[in-house]
Each structure stands twice: as structure tokens, then as C-alpha cells.
Design a protein around this ligand. Sequence first.
Ligand SMILES: [Fe+2]
Length: 506
Amino acid sequence: MADGTNAVGNLAKKLEGKGILLSSDVDNLLLEGIDIDLISGKLVEKYPNPESVQIVDATVIRGIVEELKIDKAPVPLEIKAKAGFRPAAAEVEARYSIGNGKQQNDGLRTEGSVSDFVAYFRSRLDKIKPFISTHSAASGMSPNLEAIRSYTNGREVTICGIVSNKITTKNGNIMALIEDETADAKVIFMNATSEKARSLFGLAGEIINDEVIAVKGRISGPFVIANELIFPNVPLRDRKTIDEDLAIAFVSDIHVGSKRFMEKNFSKMVEWLNGNADIGPKGLAGKVKYMVIAGDVADGIGVYPGQDRDLSILDVYMQYKRLAELLEDIPDYIQVFALPGNHDAVQAAEPQPALGNDIMKDFKKDNIHFVPNPSYLTLHGIKVLAYHGTSLDSIISAVPGMSYAAPEKAMVETLKRRHLSPIYGGNIIVPSRNDTLVIDTIPDILHMGHLHKNGITNYHGVDVVNSGTWQARTDYQIKLGHMPTPCVMPVYDAKKGSYVNIDFNG
Ligand SMILES: [Fe+2]
């Protein structure tokens, strides 16, 4: 691979004895990020006779670079269902619906002015405050923060607002500034020694900016001294199962177009769906009726500086074409829902719209559905909230005890906060007048990707599933010490109410 420092020298070496010489206008810049083996192969193809010396200039090289960008990757072999494969899921008619208005906020988009941000946060507070008010601990909540201004010292209050700042005071206490549309309030969490105070202080350490919280406490001068902290949270519920013998497969971060996309393993998964691979519990493949893909379906282009050198397919449309070829072999009776992630060819700001028509044109089959990020999907009565998970980075860095090794823990934090991306500015968010990233409907399954690491847990009855990746460990992940878990697909057996991780690494 050309690292740009001595790419010309490396290419010249590859061409030694082949009768091809490089002109002096071929420079390192021209070759930056281009696979030297690929380019020398193309040159030898073009000038096969080592006897006649050929001088190649920058124009010829530029032409080959362009050619490589649209180079057709070999078409994958067509996968056919195993003879005699009688999938149970083929006998059942699909029952699904997409969205509950989450993606229909185009008319509410704003320009990002100060008043738009105010409207955005007001929407967030208006939506989440009612969830908190249902907690018994939050009974008697003040209607707003202005109302407590006239209260006398020592009076007990319950207040709710958005956290605009959190600091540790010079006495070692935690002070959270919370706001609503009427006023703000300074809440103190004492760093005291009693067991109750220790536990409250620990909980206050988990407060993050821009989330909605409620606090029970006492007025003390300009402060409210907290004695209880209430997160919006989700109430306890039972895990959702169905009568039909069906299953849902969860996929994310395929990264088609990356040199590290593990295509053989992905194809093996498609083979498995066709009854051709003897992996996992017997009969499970034939139960799969739905597949949800939580973003980063392609690696994209220009996502980070120098990405070209990590790509096997340099043209973004070709990346999606390849994905279409791969998904084509998924049996027709399986309904596939794919949302975009931060690598995909749509706006980066969330909520992201579904992938556009220019990309969808290569997807000929009507069992593949492109949906926005995030999306609520109802699959045979099971509510799946699918979100790429871009916010997980900021949650991991802000909340104590979170790590890239346990993506499900960071996902649980979004349920506690009733918001998919609670920290504003950690990732790009459209400041709409309707905060559509609020988790207003509690899902049966919360599905994300982004961290390239599998993780499953159950929180208050909600299944929390991170479906890992199909991309091998990248240089970036090596640098950060992240260990991905590629090619492991979680499958929910919706009748049994259990998950199986199917490992396609073998
Ligand atoms: Fe990814």
C-alpha cells in the first residue's frame, strides 16, 4: 500500500524488469492511498511486453487510478437454497410495520439558530418530563423551576429539568445546574459519609449533560440539597414472545467496500439462511423471518482522512451495488430492514433519512427495505427500536464504568435516559422542533451496532442487543485497543424468547 512517502520508489521496484519506466511527473501525491500491487498489475496488463521499453507519465497513471475506482469487484457466486430445505418461516406471511412517525419530522427541521436550540431542548424536556412524573419518588413535582424561587429555606421540593452543566465544587460536592423554560436551579449532591449519601453521590457521578433528571431535595439558600435523584428510566415489563415459530436476525456494520470486510464469512451467513451451513441450533436458520441491519452497511468514502487506502471498492455506488449482490441471495420470505450509520452515504446528522433512490436502484428485490436511523419496526408484534449507535462513544466517555468491551451497558444508559443520544454535540444531531431521538415508545428489543462488539443483556424486560460487525479489526481499533467481534450474528428465537449467537468465523 502506498503510504505516500516513497510510493514512486515502491512502484518503480515492482515494475523492474518489466519494461515499464515511470516519467518524472509521477509523484508520491498521485499514488497516495492507492494499492501499489493493483496499479503495477494494471500497468503490466496494459504494457505486457518487457522487451519494448514504455515510459508511463502522470496522465496514464491518473487514468488507471480512475479505472480502479470503478473497477468491478468480482460478482459473488449465486447462492441457492439447499435441496429439501423446508424453512418454517416461508410458510408464515410476514407481518410488519415501519416507523411510528420518527422519520416524519421534515416539516419540523430548523436552521440551527439559538431559538431553534431552545425549541429543541424544550421538546426534549416536554417529552421526557411526563415519564419522570409517573415515578412515585417524583410525586408532588413543582410545575417548573420558577415556582420554587419564592420557597423558604428548608422546604422540601421535587424539581425536573435539563442538565446544562455538572461540576465538582471545591468542597468535593457535585453541583448540577438544571434548567427549564422558566428558570434554572443549582442542585448539590453532598460528598458525605453516610451510606445513603455515598450511594446518592455515586449516582450523581452518572449525570450527563443535556439529559432530563428529577431531584428531590431541600431548599438551602440559592441551592437545592439533593436527597434523591430520579432518572426517567423504563418501567419493568415482561420479555415479548410470540406464538409463531419465527426468529429475528440482527446484523450491523457490514462495511462493504472496506478491505477488511469479511465477505466470505458474510456469504456463509447467507448460505446458512439458505439451509446450506450446519451451524447453530438445528432448524433455527429456517425460522428466520426478519433481519434488521443497524447501519454502516457500506464503508463509504471520505469518512475519515486517508480512507481510500483502506478501501477495496473506491466508488461509493459500487459499494452499495456489491451489497445488493450479497443481499440478493437472502431468501425472499425474509424481510430485511437496513438503516444507515455514520459511514453510509446519507447526511451524518441524526435522525438520518433512509438511503436514497440513487442507491436503492441496485436493490431489485422487494424484501429489502431501507429505513431511517433510528426506526421503530414492529415485526410480528415485536417492537424493535433500531439505531446505529453513534452516541455510544460519548456515553462511554462520560458515564463512569462504561467501556467498549461491553456495548450493552452503554446501550442500557440510553434506556435509563429515555434518549438515544442524550449528550448534545457528542455526535451531530439535527436541532428539530421535535426531538425524535427521545425513546417515547418502549421497545421490546433495542438494537444497535457501531461499536463492532457483540453484547446482549436484558434491562427491565427490554432486550438490549448489539450485533457487532462483519469487518475485521482495523488499524484505528488496534490503536485504541478495541477488540471487535466480527461475524457473530445474534438471532432471537421469538417463540422461545431466547438468543443464540451464531458464529460464522469457522
Ligand atoms: Fe461501523
